[in-house]
Write a protein that binds this ligand. Structure first.
Ligand code: NAP
Length: 494
């Protein structure tokens, strides 16, 4: 997995990258800048076209102006080289299309004619309800070639049954090896570094088990609210939006056994074993081991923000959760008895994504210290706002007394590498163009993740478990603290 990240290897073949939803938020903010950066890195072949497709009534020239106004600003000024941007824009073409209209695909057919030997990527950056309309229509228009791939944004369905329907429909026209299901967390440098840390160093492996680790905490906290995504979010909620994909993917990478190689299936075979080993949370177990929350109005330094129910797109009796905390357990020799606490929420105190691995305390302390070694050794893997890995250890504080003090061994990637950190989508797009699926979810992974999440959702309905209110700007409802403190732990807060 790590070796295959070497961008100097495996030149990319000439391609057509068809970006459905090319005028949407994700495309303008992330995908176009990601492609621009790979263009600047000279990684895209000369004959590599980006065809943005949407209903907006414009042409390629008009669309480039849209990119100039709406996409360019998402590239940090330090990294924007005007001549590169202009040459990048020449790759970009626009196609006006309503993907629900099969006849509209004639235009795409014309654009792609004679380029059947090029790599062809259909990137679906549109609402999930349009996924199968597009795949059906590209199939009917006979646009799927052996070198074609389809890349899909999450969410893939809203439960196992609906994900199965989407996956069946995809499978009707694409081979599994042509399907790239995106969880952009897997494109993040630090997530891949987690694999490097675990499997590239002999140091951690003997420690990476229940004899040495007491608990693991994974937090994805956002300070933003649902804002303009209200309608979508209210149908989804934090469990489906964040736990089923991002949080479970982080858990799996942390907990998986060493794969035999970096071969995509070797890695994904190990990942799925973890998902299948998660102890089910069913009925009362689900209620006792999960906390739902919904934010109400609150204050940040920048001012007060309205509550979830005050959003115009949200029904005022909505019981959709904007926060989830839960305790997961993995039934395996390695992890039996180690709780994995997951939490995610909107409008939390700060934007922060981190994994905390707490090691067990020393069995007997010979030192008299201020805190009696009450804080365990701790590995902190932070993905946001900055990417860093830190290890908390005890040292003797300078002075004539033997007083132990916790300090951090700190690996700040900015200092170490001193170069621009790639955005997750750069890596993922390049892997789609190369046809390397290692960082994408296989069908059985998606299905196994839903199979674990569905009973929680069901229990919430069965027991009418309404979300608990929490104040915007806090770290969630107080019961999230009780969930972990009843086991003798507390959330790591900095
Ligand atoms: P968005 O801003 O609403 O963009 C949707 C795009 O689809 C627009 O370009 C729209 O353009 C196009 N579109 C809508 N109906 C169409 C039709 N019938 N035919 C052709 N094009 C059509 O959505 P988004 O936020 O970019 O999200 C796109 C996908 O990424 C969604 O699946 C979302 O869940 C996922 N996602 C988004 C983010 C994010 O940060 N935004 C993060 C993770 C995942 P026209 O109106 O011009 O047709």
């Amino acid at each position: 997995m790590i070796a295959s990240s070497d961008f100097t290897e495996n030149a990319i073949e000439p391609f057509d990258f068809i970006l459905f939803g090319g005028s949407g938020d994700l495309s303008l903010r992330k995908l176009i800048p990601a492609l621009y950066f790979r263009h600047c890195a000279d990684q895209l072949p000369e004959d590599g076209r980006i065809i943005c497709a949407a209903r907006t009534d414009t042409d390629s020239e008009g669309f480039r102006k849209i990119l100039e106004a709406d996409s360019k600003k998402h590239i940090e000024a330090d990294h924007l080289v005007e001549s590169h941007w202009q040459s990048f824009l020449q790759r970009v073409h626009y196609l006006k299309i309503d993907v629900t209209q099969p006849e509209d695909f004639d235009g795409l057919k014309t654009m792609l004619a004679g380029r059947e030997n090029h790599v062809r990527v259909f990137y679906l950056s549109v609402a999930p309800s349009l996924f199968t309309r597009i795949t059906e229509n590209v199939h009917k228009a006979e646009l799927i070639t052996p070198k074609s791939r389809v890349a899909l944004e999450k969410p893939l369905g809203r439960d196992q049954a609906s994900a199965d329907v989407i996956n069946d429909e995809l499978a009707a026209v694409f081979d599994e090896s042509q399907i790239f299901r995106i969880d952009h967390y897997l494109g993040k440098e630090t997530v891949q570094n987690l694999m490097a840390l675990r499997f590239g160093n002999s140091l951690f492996e003997p420690l990476w088990r229940n004899e040495r680790i007491s608990d693991v905490q994974i937090t994805i906290a956002e300070s933003l609210g649902v804002d303009s995504r209200g309608r979508f979010y209210d149908q989804t909620g934090a469990l489906r939006d964040m736990v089923q994909n991002h949080l479970l993917q982080l858990l799996v990478i942390l907990a998986m056994e060493p794969p035999v190689s970096v071969d995509p299936d070797a890695v994904r075979d190990e990942k799925i074993k973890v998902l299948r080993a998660l102890k089910p949370l069913i009925g009362r177990d689900a209620i006792e081991n999960t906390v739902r929350g919904q934010y109400k109005a609150g204050a940040y330094e920048s001012g007060t923000v309205p509550g979830y129910l005050e959003n115009d797109d949200i029904p005022n009796d909505s019981v959709t959760e904007t926060f989830v905390a839960l305790k997961a357990e993995i039934g395996s020799w390695r992890w039996e008895g180690v709780p994995f606490y997951l939490r995610t929420g909107k409008r939390m105190e700060r934007k922060q994504t981190e994994i905390i691995v707490n090691f067990k305390k020393v069995p007997h302390s010979i030192f008299e210290t201020a805190d009696g070694l009450s804080e365990p050794n701790q590995l902190i893997i932070r993905l946001q706002p900055e990417e860093e890995i830190r290890m908390r250890i005890y040292v003797k504080a300078w002075g004539d007394e033997i007083t132990l003090q916790p300090v951090h061994l700190n690996l700040d990637f900015n200092d170490v590498f001193q170069k621009r950190r790639m955005i997750a989508y750069e890596r993922l797009i390049i892997d789609v163009l190369r046809g390397n699926p290692v960082l994408f979810m296989r069908r059985d992974e998606v299905s196994a993740a839903w199979a674990w999440v569905d009973p929680i959702q069901k229990a919430w309905q069965q027991y009418q478990y309404a979300p608990k209110p929490y104040t915007a700007g806090s770290m969630g409802p107080s019961s999230a603290s009780s969930l972990i403190s009843r086991d003798g732990f507390s959330w790591y807060e900095e």
